[in-house]
Design a protein around this ligand. Sequence first.
Ligand code: DX5
Ligand code: ZN
Length: 216
Amino acid sequence: MIKVAPSILSADFVNLERDIRSLPAAGADYVHVDVMDGMFVPNITIGIPVVAAISRIAPLPLDVHLMIERPIRYVDAFCKAGSSILTLHVEADTQENTLEALRRIRENGVRAAISVKPNTPAEAVLPFLPLCDLILVMTVEPGFGGQSFLHSTMPKLHQLRQWIDEQNPACELEVDGGVNVETAKICRDNGANVLVAGSAYFKAADPAAFVRAVKA
Ligand code: DX5
Ligand code: ZN
């Protein structure tokens, strides 16, 4: 089953509650929340208090994507703020700390996930795969919404689908960046089952029709 996770980075922040409450009627499955620290990526978005506030009104599970350095410092806080899925970048810390952070996320009863930037090889995920409930393949350089989809990431997505099926079949495989109706089909064909869409979702004249097309 294909799931769609609208990224609220492209929502109207003045009307964030309205935009989040409207997601189920459009057929969305998760609320994708992008957390950026101005260090791991050259942009700053929102932090723990805003995630906690969103979780009080969110009608769908929060899929929280941490684009921050050394996320182990903050995983407990983001779990307590109401994350349902908490994603760390493999590039953001040592292997030892990343393993420890994934364990701590699961101890909090939250689903643990690892993300890879476009130039990070599929192999980088392998040490973490048994501890993951979701793998996120970035299909743009993280930092900003509205960028163009990088087709060069598709062989990696395809490889990760094979390894997930062999080693951890319950694990979900998500893509994030430049997803529209056309690129969603390419991602589905290469094994993704969760599709993040920011600008394409929030600019759609008919978000429900967009979600149907992305899932079709
Ligand atoms: C980028 C973020 C994405 C972003 C996607 O660093 O992780 O979630 O909001 O936006 P679009 O779908 O517009 O590429
Ligand atoms: Zn994201």
